[in-house]
Design a protein around this ligand. Structure first.
Ligand code: NDP
Length: 247
């Protein structure tokens, strides 16, 4: 079997790091992208030879075609793309500025579109049976207060997943989405640090009764990346301890 190559955006911390770890353990060559050079170096140190790092700010949309060209000329065709990088912002609705809103959409939606488009071009050119995995959130399904831009961005991701899946699956590229519940990462640490009540609320409506670990998402991503899920496309898979069906 030939070795697979994956890109994991935001792969140096939290959920992305766990996904990269799971891939590397299965001998998938994994390219992680992030902005923070020190975090990338630490991830590389932890993950070893199968991990490659690229420091890049994905909000630089114009540079994305060149970024993908550099990756494919160095590592060959990409089999798996995990669009994991994302930012959150908790703010009262009326205080969110147009700039705030655009900033979240640029990172969480526009860059996902631009990177996916470029990677799909190379998959098609190389006749790769690819897998694209997007990461949404419970925020796309509930009415969570104080996260207007984040909620809009994650709802967009789920819509894009279905649109991409129906257009690209006939061409051999599966597109799926994972909707994590409340997972212990730097992002949730920040969101919950000044709001213990919000955290308790999240846990209370989770039938399994605790927050998930990044690894839980890593294992789901591995399933969607490999041919074990070859008949799965266009789904939004909650990995949430039952949070989305909790009472
Ligand atoms: P973290 O904040 O730990 O990780 C986010 C990653 O995204 C960082 O590694 C960061 O790298 C990267 N990133 C952010 N902006 C950019 C950018 N412009 N260019 C390149 N990389 C960028 O968050 P999580 O691990 O918690 O979140 C990962 C994904 O999971 C996000 O999409 C989030 O919305 C989603 N999610 C998380 C949940 C949770 O409970 N934790 C729940 C539901 C969804 P760097 O700092 O180096 O730029």
């Amino acid at each position: 079997m030939t070795q697979k190559t994956a890109i994991v955006t935001g792969g140096a911390s939290g959920i992305g790091l766990a996904i990269a770890q799971t891939f590397v353990r299965r001998d998938i060559r994994t390219i992680i992208i992030g902005r923070d050079v020190a975090k990338l170096a630490a991830a590389k140190e932890a993950l070893g030879l199968q991990c490659h790092t690229i420091a890049y700010d994905l909000t630089d949309i114009a540079g994305i075609p060149k970024l993908v060209e550099t990756i494919t000329s160095t590592h060959g065709a990409v089999d798996v793309l995990v669009n994991n990088a994302g930012i959150n912002m908790k703010k009262v609705f009326t205080e969110v500025t147009d700039e705030d809103f655009q900033r979240i959409l640029l990172t969480n939606v526009t860059s996902v579109f631009a990177l996916s488009r470029e990677v799909v071009k190379t998959m098609l050119a190389n006749d790769v049976k690819g897998s694209i995995i997007n990461i949404s959130s419970m925020a796309s399904q509930y009415g969570l207060p104080k996260v207007i831009a984040y909620s809009a961005s994650k709802a967009a991701i789920e819509g894009m997943t279905r649109a991409m899946a129906s257009e690209l699956s006939p061409r051999g590229i599966r597109v799926n989405c994972i909707a994590p519940g409340f997972i212990v990462t730097p992002m949730t640490a920040k969101a919950f640090s000044d709001d213990p009540e919000r955290m308790q609320k999240a846990v209370n409506r989770t039938p399994l009764g605790y927050m998930g670990q990044p690894d839980d998402i890593g294992e789901a991503a591995l399933f969607l990346a490999l041919s074990t899920s070859k008949y799965v496309t266009g789904v939004v898979l909650p990995v949430d301890g039952g949070n989305s069906i909790g009472f």
